[in-house]
Write a protein that binds this ligand. Structure first.
Ligand SMILES: Cc1cc2nc3c(=O)[nH]c(=O)nc-3n(C[C@H](O)[C@H](O)[C@H](O)COP(=O)(O)O)c2cc1C
Length: 324
């Protein structure tokens, strides 16, 4: 059995698995490893640091990859779009903001345009504006997201944009999630949190270990880290991380936090530098329940595909039976 879908056909890949363009975490090593294993890795253009992007793109070597940007950030630095297109990525993904001003340029450059959306209405708007692949992201996701859960959003988006391959994101942590996404009519999955805890991801080893140990029960969607860092995120989006001392202290008390912002920022900076994860964020979503080790990214791709194939053939309980 091979999991061929409109997504694998369009992207020319073997497995319907994309690794998310995680800001500061998904560099060339991770994206390249996912692509070499038959998925497609996306480099995290994130908050846009041109030097970081150049270095990570070089780290890909000969591996194919895409790149993702935070749309409202791109609006502040449009030249970065041209530089990225000149590198001939396999695809460019835009999330969090209106993609319409950019889609024509991306398509004209011969690059596949992927839009990540959080509502059915935005899926329709993205399709009308020319998105060639739509990622339906549920609020279970690690990192920024909105409010709808993945399980109802994905089939609704599949129905709303029948001409466009839809990719499910948010809460996919193993082959059961991939099988479920395909069963809901999606053409594949985009996975962030699970790849955060792989050898190639640029997260601290201690942060990966926290992801291994944590339950999804311990995550929270909050604006405290964005407010503290002064990032102008549109109000629809909040950041899902593990709960820690920082979120416990400030979530719901953002105004009080802003009153002592200099102090908060200095403390935050120190925490990031020293790796104090009670204060600095561990950015994973509800799928952290399913993170039990820190494998090589390519092995994870192969494992997810095997599990999904087994789940689709026999039902998910067989995964556990065959493992024991
Ligand atoms: C550490 C981390 C950083 C992320 N950074 C970005 C980003 O810069 N741009 C983006 O479009 N999505 C980002 N995301 C969200 C992913 O694109 C994706 O929607 C999400 O990871 C899917 O849910 P999952 O984490 O449950 O797999 C990030 C996710 C994580 C876990």
């Amino acid at each position: 059995m091979t999991l061929r879908t409109p997504l694998t056909e369009l992207l020319g890949i073997e497995h319907p698995i994309l690794s998310a363009p995680m800001a500061g975490v998904a560099g060339g090593a991770l994206a390249g490893a996912v692509s070499q294993a038959g998925g497609l890795g996306l480099v995290g253009g994130g908050y846009i640091d041109p030097d970081w992007i150049e270095r990570e793109w070089a780290a890909l070597g000969n591996a194919r990859a895409g790149i993702g940007f935070i749309t409202w950030r791109l609006a502040e630095q449009p030249a970065v779009l041209e530089a990225a297109l000149a590198r001939r990525p396999a695809a460019m993904m835009l999330s969090f903001g209106d993609p319409a001003p950019y889609l024509g340029r991306i398509r004209d450059a011969g690059v596949l345009a992927i839009c990540q959306v959080q509502t059915v209405a935005d899926a329709k708007r993205a399709a009308d504006a020319g998105a060639q692949i739509i990622v339906a992201q549920g609020a279970d996701a690690g990192g920024h997201g909105a409010s709808r859960g993945t399980f109802a959003l994905v089939p609704a988006v599949v129905d709303a944009v029948p001409a466009v391959p839809v990719v499910a994101a948010g809460g996919v942590g193993d082959g059961r999630g991939l099988a479920a996404a395909l069963s809901m009519g999606a053409s594949g999955v985009l996975v962030g949190s699970r790849f955060y805890a792989t050898s190639e991801a640029q997260a601290r080893p201690e942060a990966k270990q926290r992801a291994v140990e944590a339950s999804g029960d311990q995550t929270i969607q909050s604006s405290v880290y964005d407010r503290a860092r002064g990032y102008a995120w549109p109000s629809a989006f909040r950041l899902r991380t593990l709960r820690n001392r920082f979120t416990e202290r400030w979530h719901g008390r953002e105004e009080a936090m802003l009153e002592t912002l200099d102090e908060v920022l200095a403390g935050f900076g120190r925490a990031v530098e020293t790796g104090d994860l009670d204060e600095a964020p561990v950015v994973v979503g509800e799928a952290t329940d399913l993170i039990r080790d820190v494998p090589l990214a390519g092995d994870l791709v192969r494992r997810m595909v095997q599990e999904a194939e087994m789940a689709l053939r026999h039902g998910v309980r067989c995964i556990e039976q065959e493992e024991t």
